[in-house]
Design a protein around this ligand. Structure first.
Ligand SMILES: [Zn+2]
Length: 373
């Protein structure tokens, strides 16, 4: 991937590129930070930049043969190491992770922000503890002793060196005295779990949280998230792009389902069911309810756009778009939209000021039902 595909982290990107351009690439670097902050994504973009045949001042070209191979994770000089669940009696002369490489490529092509659990689930080893076995460490030494295929850098990206046991110490020699144009990038989350012998030989680069504004921008660009929701999601993401996507994916569906139910009950003026709905929804927790109200505002705003014929501005996609365009928007009077938006805004304000959530939601439902027939 290119640096431009990595969310935020401009300061780190600049630092990495500067190092390459100044010919100062420390041969053993440890990217330390939550994978959701983009530590692995940065390592991938870094390896691609180092091997690019036509690198620019900010980024790899994305076009050359090396970039193409890096996109597909098949560059012969860029190696990966990651925790696996070793099969019994693994022969030291075999590369034990050969069988996992396909799954690794699949994972990284799905997301450059994976979690360990996601990986272990992918290789079908939910219950077992992964590790980076001695045979893998030996295989790394062998690979890095070979000549570079393309005449550029040989890079080894080790994801989660925390899983390297004491046997990992066989790597110390190559970490100390690497062959020329060789780079180790260790991508770690928990400093305290790394062999101190390894840690002490690496230049540590801390990968901080991603700025919420950068996450929001990516959510808008990549997932076509409406700006308000993108901002809200980013604010809740703790600087992790991965977490933001999780919130978006779970929240979006849950909010959509809950919203359509709410609207159906208000249209039907089913007050008993609305009372139950208010009780249920209040159980989502205050922050979620506020997000739900913001989500609802978004949908009513989309309705306004459609009512005024500005379909091109809509940010909705998929089932939400179909539902709002075909079912919801045609059945709601334009005159009701402004008061409904005001009512939801008021409800949001009252919840922020610690009003009783159940009462606010039920009252809101009753008032909105006046405008929905
Ligand atoms: Zn290139």
């Amino acid at each position: 991937m290119q640096f431009k595909d990595v969310v935020g982290q401009q300061r780190i990107k600049d630092k990495l590129v500067e190092g390459v351009r100044a010919g100062k690439v420390h041969h053993a670097q440890l990217f330390l930070g939550d994978t959701g902050h983009g530590s692995l994504a940065l390592a991938l973009a870094y390896a691609q930049y180092l091997n690019c045949q036509d690198p620019g001042p900010m980024d790899s070209c994305g076009q050359c043969g090396n970039c193409q191979k890096n996109y597909k994770l098949i560059h012969p000089d860029v190696h990966f190491s990651f925790p696996i669940v070793a099969t019994k009696s693994a022969n030291d002369d075999q590369d034990p992770k050969t069988g996992f490489y396909g799954q690794w490529r699949e994972l990284i092509q799905e997301t450059a922000y994976p979690s360990y659990n996601e990986w272990i689930k992918k290789i079908g080893q939910g219950e077992k503890q992964g590790n980076i076995p001695i045979s893998e460490a030996r295989s790394i030494i062998r690979k890095l002793s070979l000549k570079s295929h393309q005449g550029g850098y040989k890079v080894l990206i080790m994801w989660l060196p925390e899983f390297l046991g004491k046997e990992g110490n066989v790597l110390l020699k190559v970490l100390e005295e690497p062959s020329p144009a060789t780079l180790f990038v260790l991508v770690a989350e928990d400093e305290s779990q790394i062999l101190t012998t390894i840690l002490s030989r690496c230049q540590v680069i801390r990968i901080p949280r991603i700025a919420p504004a950068d996450i929001a921008q990516s959510l808008e660009q990549v997932f076509a998230t409406p700006p308000e929701r993108a901002t809200q999601t980013a604010a809740l993401s703790e600087g992790s792009f991965r977490r933001a996507i999780e919130i978006l994916q779970s929240g979006e569906d849950a909010f959509f389902v809950n919203f359509t139910k709410w609207v159906r009950l208000t249209f039907a003026h089913d007050y008993a069911a609305l009372h139950n709905w208010s009780n249920e929804t209040s159980g989502m927790g205050k922050e979620n309810i506020k997000n739900f109200l913001i989500y609802s505002l978004g949908i009513f705003r989309e309705c306004m756009l459609m009512k005024t014929g500005i379909h091109s501005l809509t940010k909705l996609v998929g089932q939400e778009l179909e539902w709002v365009r075909d079912k919801f928007s045609p059945n709601i009077a334009e005159s009701g939209l402004v008061p409904i938006v005001q009512l939801i805004n008021q409800a949001h304000y009252h919840i922020t000021r610690n009003a009783n959530v159940k009462v606010v939601l039920f009252d809101l439902s009753l008032q909105i039902s006046k405008y929905l027939r």
